[in-house]
Design a protein around this ligand. Structure first.
Ligand code: NAP
Length: 332
């Protein structure tokens, strides 16, 4: 019997066309399938390609008797109940690597835009308020030679560190506490050169950094990793950038800190209750906003689409997918 692949969205480059002679493909009527329709169609699905905004948990698995694979069109998979999938022998896959540089580019852009007040400046010129060069117009912050703190030193975190080398920045990073313990057990990580990234505690990173960029996944341990207490540790001249996931920051605490100028600015691609962005946050001039576009380049979104459809096809045809999140489900 022909197997069914359910697509939660119409994907760039339409890579499902390559396999549509061998599989039944279920597509949304519009660009994105609403959650209730996705839930309904899961009844017929052997595979689903899901978006990070589509929830795939126990309630969805209950409706999907034939489901063998959830292929997430994202590297982060906090929208999926992976433990439940594993218990049911359902493979979960994601799209790592192909979006690393694109997402780091966006984080870097937000950092520079927030530091140099690019969005405020753009608005100022459009409003025809530019009347000539002034010594104190739109003064911002330097990046060159400053200290960048990276929280989550994985693929994207390391890509940020590579960019920082070009700006002669000192790079600090914080890892999971277990990773920190491993490094400590080996003795302090040795510095090969003065500018090598240095593993420090999260508190030290927050105290010492001029720029803090978040690149950890959203997990129970990282939810509100940055709250009022952590924001208090940061310099009042510091910039916080979040391209990870919104709930990693306690947004109310962040708004308080920005309103009180306890930190200088923020660059945000993700929000706690996405797509809702609180009015109090929108009212702030010292924030640069993006609508969750970390991986949004033409090339990268096509590469992700191809990877996500390939993963569904690999599992359905009995092969090992390139990027399983829960390899133990493959053995079931
Ligand atoms: P990755 O390679 O898995 O890196 C994540 C890193 O975070 C790992 O080194 C991980 O350490 C570390 N980590 C986990 N818990 C931590 C904690 N409590 N404190 C500090 N570090 C911690 O993932 P990636 O490809 O770089 O992607 C990172 C995240 O970025 C994704 O999970 C996703 O949520 C987000 N993202 C957002 C966009 C966007 O559009 N804005 C695009 C792409 C990705 P271990 O290896 O020890 O677990």
């Amino acid at each position: 019997m022909t197997q069914t692949i359910l697509l939660g969205a119409r994907l760039p480059g339409a890579p499902h066309r390559i396999i549509e002679d061998r599989y039944r493909i279920l597509l949304p009527d519009g660009d994105i399938m609403p959650q209730d329709e996705l839930d309904e169609h899961l009844q017929e699905a052997d595979a689903v390609v899901a978006l990070l905004s589509q929830k795939v948990g126990a309630a969805q698995f209950e409706r999907a008797p034939n489901l063998k694979v959830v292929s997430n069109y994202a590297v982060g998979y906090d929208n999926i109940d992976v433990d439940e999938a594993t218990r049911r022998g359902i493979v979960v896959t994601n799209t790592p690597d192909v979006l690393t540089e694109t997402t780091a580019d966006l984080a870097w852009s937000l950092m520079m835009a927030a530091a140099r007040r690019i969005v405020e400046s753009d608005r100022f010129v459009r409003e025809k308020r530019f009347t000539g060069w002034q010594p104190s117009l739109m003064l911002g912050l330097d990046l060159f030679g400053k200290t960048l703190g990276i929280v989550g030193f994985g693929r994207i975190g390391r890509a940020m560190a590579r960019r920082a080398a070009g700006f002669d920045m000192t790079v600090l990073y914080a890892a999971r506490s277990s990773a920190h313990d491993d490094a400590a057990a080996d003795g302090e990580p040795r510095l090969v050169a003065n500018r090598d990234p240095r593993l420090v505690s999260l508190d030290s990173l927050l105290r010492e950094s001029d720029f803090v960029s978040l690149h950890c996944p959203l997990t129970p341990a990282t939810r509100h990793l940055i709250g009022a207490e952590q924001l208090r540790l940061m310099k009042d001249s510091a910039v916080l950038v979040n391209t990870a996931r919104g709930p990693v920051i306690d947004e109310t605490a962040l708004i308080d800190a920005l309103e009180n100028h306890a930190i200088a600015a923020a660059g945000l691609d993700v929000y706690e209750q996405e797509p809702l962005v609180p009015d109090r946050l929108l009212a702030l001039d010292n924030v640069v906003f993006a609508p969750h576009i970390g991986s949004a380049s033409h090339d990268t979104r096509r590469a992700m689409a191809r990877m996500a459809v390939d993963a569904a096809e690999q599992v359905l045809s009995g092969r090992t997918p390139d990027h399983p999140v829960n390899p133990s489900a493959l053995k079931k």
